[in-house]
Design a binder for this molecule. Structure first.
Ligand SMILES: [Zn+2]
Length: 149
């Protein structure tokens, strides 16, 4: 049994400050706290955290998962290539857009793991997601490859 569900997260009762927190807070948790603050750039943690969040989401299709991703303002996902067992998803307006470029760094792994977790609830087989491009790395956008096997 989960203590919290994704639906619980939407139960917000803050009269003065409302439902939003600034992007710099999310970035600080993600990049200063996790990417920079955890061993191995937080790799194991971000995968676990992302998948858990994704699995908690009510998703019936890949489109649902992409829709929630945009609704949460992580970024605007677009399928740029699709084969039988592989999908390339480019992210426009990713939360990392505008950060200084630091080559060799791809910072949106947790967000990819959210997608992976969400999509894993609708497929029998193995889902794996890999971040192949990132604004922070100097790429033209962030991009994931999802493999379904
Ligand atoms: Zn990104």
């Amino acid at each position: 049994m989960s203590l919290f569900t994704f639906d619980d997260m939407k139960k917000i009762k803050r009269d003065k400050l409302g439902a939003d927190v600034p992007l710099e807070l999310f970035r600080s948790v993600r990049l200063i706290g996790m990417y920079q603050g955890l061993p191995m750039k937080g790799k194991n943690t971000t995968i676990t955290v992302g998948r858990e969040i994704g699995k908690s989401m009510p998703v019936q299709s890949i489109e649902d998962a992409l829709h929630i991703f945009e609704e949460l303002k992580i970024g605007i996902p677009r399928i740029v290539k699709k084969t039988e067992n592989e999908m390339h998803i480019a992210i426009e307006d990713c939360f990392c857009d505008g950060l200084p470029i630091i080559e060799g760094n791809m910072v949106c792994d947790l967000e990819g793991a959210i997608l992976e977790g969400a999509i894993s609830t609708i497929y029998e087989g193995n889902i794996s997601i890999r971040e192949v491009k990132c604004n922070v790395n100097g790429d033209e956008h962030c991009e994931y490859i999802i493999r379904i096997s």
